[in-house]
Design a protein around this ligand. Structure first.
Ligand SMILES: [Zn+2]
Length: 151
């Protein structure tokens, strides 16, 4: 093997075939390459860091979906309240502005709730992925889930 090649390939313990970096199953014999990646060393650390960063980014994305759900909910209530006030002041028939205000508030609530639910679902899926990953230690999981230092 030439210098520098080890960084880009994972050698199978069973058949010695070279597989692409971070491959989990040998493309030649089908045996698991995972255990060799979990061994300590610079390669294992690189894999873990890459995984952790990926999960951290995914958690940030899920967080922002939940957050945007809250914003949409708030915007719906505000729009509903504005229509309510405008209608009360502007002399529009009561039935119309109350219906309009309710529609905006309900729409904001429904869309906001759906967004928040999607974000929570993504986060739950991420929790499962992080907790079942054979490549991460409990310490790595704490990092990956961005739990350290929060609360
Ligand atoms: Zn193999």
């Amino acid at each position: 093997m030439k210098m520098g090649e080890s960084a880009k390939t994972t050698v199978c313990n069973n058949c010695n075939a070279k597989n692409a970096e971070f491959t989990l199953i040998c493309e030649v014999c089908g045996s698991e390459l995972g255990p060799s990646l979990t061994k300590s060393g610079p390669h294992a650390d690189k894999v873990k860091d890459k995984l952790k960063r990926r999960y951290q980014k995914a958690y940030i994305a899920a967080d922002s979906i939940v957050l945007s759900g809250g914003i949409v909910k708030g915007a719906g209530y505000l729009a509903g309240f504005a229509i309510f006030l405008g209608g009360a002041v502007g002399g529009i028939p009561v039935g119309i502005w109350i219906t309009g205000a309710s529609l905006f508030a309900i729409l904001g609530y429904v869309v906001g709730s759906v967004l928040a639910a999607i974000g929570q679902t993504v986060m739950a899926a991420l929790d499962t992925a992080v907790n079942t990953s054979p490549l991460l230690s409990d310490e790595d999981r704490v990092d990956a889930m961005r739990l350290r230092g929060s609360q």
